[in-house]
Design a binder for this molecule. Structure first.
Ligand code: TXA
Ligand code: MG
Length: 313
């Protein structure tokens, strides 16, 4: 686990934004204010950078993250916009509205960002600090709320420091956030628009199907969460007949999560390796054991859910 002693806290301004951009380009995650809550931002095209978000938050599982962009044109290079999606984007962006849309095959977004899903959550933030950072980095930024897993979303730099001090290199301090509440999330990936999370924008001017059932779309257990179509067996140390083996560390396979046994690299590659195995000619998938330490716990949580989903179907 990376350690930073101390975590730098710099006032919002051109210098702190330039420093944040420099750290993000190096593949690190830094905390910045948005108009809703503080976000923990990393380059959404770099799987290992995004894995560091999970490592810092101590998240026990992978949830799909929101990707922040600076323009609608950039957003349309990542997701497919229907007319109604474009209309909502034009009316509410920049602002606290997140749209869940079909992911483009050529998006360039790391698969750990969407946890392997075929949809992606996107928004253009309004807060100048975040917009300047997007401009300075020149890449889409994945950013969940900058709190330790299971804790309240931070609305001040002090909250971020209390939760993530020593675990991230930098917090840009822009004082309290304007809304103090996470963005409204609307899914437009099917025929009807579904409200996935209520938030600062209450009236979207369209009819929404409520979809707040925690069993269906609570973090980490989305109904559509990616699981391979083929049978998946865990803790494999050798390949059996007809299997595609995904290795880790000393267990070599048809592919590997990380030959050096690095959990950050393994997390960054997890969904790519599963998709690759699913698309291979082999009839079944086996995966090597991954130690529970650090991000290993989140990797194993995802693998157990994937194997269990199949067992239950
Ligand atoms: O205001 C906000 O939205 C803040 C700031 C930093 O932008 N971000 C935020 O991110 O709240 P996070 O990661 O804490 O919440 C993301 C939510 C999760 O509940 C996740 O399940 C949902 O968005 N989500 C992301 N991608 C999704 C997808 N493809 N389908 C359904 N839900 C998705
Ligand atoms: Mg959150």
């Amino acid at each position: 686990m990376d350690a930073y002693q101390p975590t730098l806290v710099l006032p919002e301004g051109p210098e702190s934004i330039a420093e944040a951009a420099r750290l993000i380009r190096q593949g690190l995650a830094v905390a910045v204010p948005t108009e809703t809550v503080y976000g923990l931002a990393a380059d959404a095209t770099d799987g290992e950078a995004v894995a560091r978000i999970y490592a810092a938050k101590g998240r026990p599982s992978f949830n799909p993250l929101i990707v922040h962009v600076g323009s609608l044109e950039r957003a349309e290079r990542i997701a497919l916009f229907s007319d109604s999606a474009r209309d909502l984007a034009r009316r509410f962006w920049p602002g606290p509205l997140t749209l869940v849309l079909p992911l483009r095959a050529d998006s360039g977004i790391a698969s750990i960002v969407t946890a392997g899903l075929a949809t992606i959550a996107l928004r253009i933030p309004a807060r100048p600090a975040m917009r300047d950072l997007l401009e300075a980095v020149g890449r889409p930024l994945a950013a969940p709320s900058a709190n330790a897993s299971g804790r309240l979303s931070p609305t001040r730099a002090e909250h971020v420091l209390a939760g993530l001090g020593g675990l991230i290199p930098l917090i840009v301090n822009g004082g309290p956030t304007e809304h103090g509440l996470e963005s409204t999330i609307v899914a437009l990936d099917r025929d009807e628009a579904r409200l996935l999370r209520p938030g600062p924008i209450v009236d979207l001017g369209i009819s929404l199907i409520p979809n707040l059932s925690p069993a269906i779309e609570a973090p980490g257990q989305l109904a559509g969460h990616y699981a391979p179509a083929k049978p998946l067996s865990l803790d494999a140390v050798e390949r059996r007949e007809g299997e595609w083996l995904i290795g880790f560390g000393s267990v070599e396979g048809d592919s590997t999560l990380s030959a050096s046994g690095d959990p950050v690299e393994a997390a960054a590659r997890l969904f790519d390796r599963l998709h690759e195995a699913d698309a291979s000619p082999a009839a079944a998938i086996a995966i090597a054991p991954v130690p529970e330490q650090g991000l290993g716990a989140a990797i194993n949580d995802r693998l157990r859910r994937a194997a269990f989903r199949q067992g239950g179907e």
